[in-house]
Design a binder for this molecule. Sequence first.
Ligand code: PMP
Length: 407
Amino acid sequence: MNHFDVGELRSQFPILQQRVNGQPLVYLDNAATTQKPDSVIDAIANYYRNDNANVHRGAHALSDRATEVFESARQKVAEFISASSKDEVLWTRGTTESINLVASSWGGQNLSAGDRILVSAMEHHANIVPWQMVAEKHGARVEPIPVDADGSINMAAFVSLLDERVKMVAVGHVSNALGSINPVSEIISLAHGVGARVLIDAAQSIAHWPVNVAELNCDFYAFSAHKMFGPTGMGVLYGKRECLESMPPYQGGGEMIETVSFAGTTFNKLPYKFEAGTPNIAGAVGLAAAVEFLQGIDRTAADQHETQLLARAEQELDALGGYQIVGKASQRVAVLSFIGDFAHPQDIGMILDKQGVAVRTGNHCAQPIMDQFGIPGTVRASFSLYNTVEDVDRLIAGLAKAKMFLA
Ligand code: PMP
C-alpha cells in the first residue's frame, strides 16, 4: 500500500544524514538535482556487481540479463508516463539531450525559412538554445511567449502569436527559476489548432505529479532521471510514434542501424534508431528504481506536503522582511525564488551554506526572464518530498542571519 511518512522517507536517503559546516544538512537545491534513495543506489550497484554486460548482443547469459533489465526499465517508464508503447520511449543523457534531439532531427526535417518556433520567456536555456541553433540553420526564428510580472504565461498574448507559420511550441511544464506551473493542456490544444507540434520540458514537473502523455496529447515530452531521484547522465524523450517514425536519426553509430554497407545504410526500428552507441544501461536500471520509489509513495500526499512547506516558507519570509519573492504565479510547485534588498543573491547563498543550508543562486539558466525582471538572479530554495518543517525554519533562521550580517 502507498504511504507518506516524511521521517521514514528521509531515512531512505543516506546523503541527508550528514552534517555540513558543522550543522545537519538542509538540502533545498532539489530543482537542480534531487538526492537518491538507497533503492536507487543499490539497484545501480547490484547491476554492476551481478549483471553488467553490453546489451542487445545476446551471445551469453550476462548480456541477456543486462538486456532484460535495460528493456524492462523502458517498459516501466512507458507505463509510468502512460505512453502507448515502449517504442515511444527513447533513452537520452537528460532533458538537454532530449530537446537537442528533437530540435536537430525534427527541426532539421520540418523547419524552413519564415517558420516560427514559440518558447516561453521563462524557459531554461536548454529549451531556447537548441531551437535557436536549428532556426538559424533553416531561416526560421524563435520567439518568446510573453510572461507576466507574476511569472505566469500570458495566454492572450500566446493566442495572438499563433498562426500557421508556427511549427513548434516548446514550453516547460514548470519553470525551474520561478516554480510556475504552466497550463500545458491548453497550450497543447491551442498549438495543435494551428498545426504546430508541441514539446513539453518536464524536467521540473516529473518529480511532482504523475503524468499521462497520451491524455496530455503532447508530441514530445522530455525529462531527466536525476531530478526524480534517479541517476545523472540519464534522460527520457517520449515522442508520438508518428513523429518519431518520420524523423531521421540524431546520431550515427552502432545499434541504430539495420544494415551497413558502403552502398548505403538502413536504420533500425524504434526506439533504437535514436540510440547510437552503448547506452547508459546502469542509468536505465537506476531510473527504473526511481520510478518504483515514486510508485511506492502517496504522491497526492507528497504534493500536499510540499505545498505546505512552500506556504510556511512564504509566510515566514514575508514576516522576516527585507526579502522579495520573485514570481508568484497562482499555480506553483514548492520553489521559493527571492532576492534580498540588501545583498547579492550569491552572498546570501554563501551565508546559508555556512549554516548547512544548500540553496542555488544565480540566473538558474533562465537569463531572459531575469533580464525581464531587471535582476541578475535570485536565491532559490526548492523543496522535495523529504524536506521538513524544520528545514523551512532553518532556512528562515539562516536568512535572518544573512540579513543581520549583510543589511
Ligand atoms: N529544463 C529545465 C526546466 C530544467 O530545470 C533543467 C535542469 N536545470 C533542464 C531543462 C536541463 O536538464 P538537464 O541538465 O538534466 O539536461
